[in-house]
Design a protein. Structure first.
Length: 99
């Protein structure tokens, strides 16, 4: 698995907008070839903090995600809502093993 964990900090006045927009991105992302998981997490301690857990079968599938119309539209839509730039950390998924 090719996994990226993305940390997102949203301006307080845009939390509701972000939730709706990221829901739409999630719904399209899980339909992509090679997508295994696309989880969106919301901090229990800070309403402005989110984490996206994106697991793809391989690097090519993950890179293809960044070229989809829904991702590009989402990225542009939420850009001004960020309290700070999004950061991503790359991981190799060990378990479960997905063929």
């Amino acid at each position: 698995m090719y996994v990226t964990v993305v940390y997102v900090h949203v301006k307080p006045e845009h939390v509701a907008d972000f939730i709706e927009s990221v829901r739409e991105n999630h719904e399209q992302s899980v339909k992509e070839p090679g997508n295994l998981r696309f989880d969106i997490l919301h901090s229990a301690d800070d309403a402005t903090r989110f984490v996206a857990y994106e697991a793809y079968r391989d690097e090519a599938s993950a890179k293809a995600h960044k070229e989809t119309a829904h991702y590009l539209a989402w990225r542009d839509k939420v850009a001004d809502w960020m309290a700070e730039p999004r950061t991503g950390a790359r991981y190799d998924g060990l378990f479960p093993v997905n063929g």
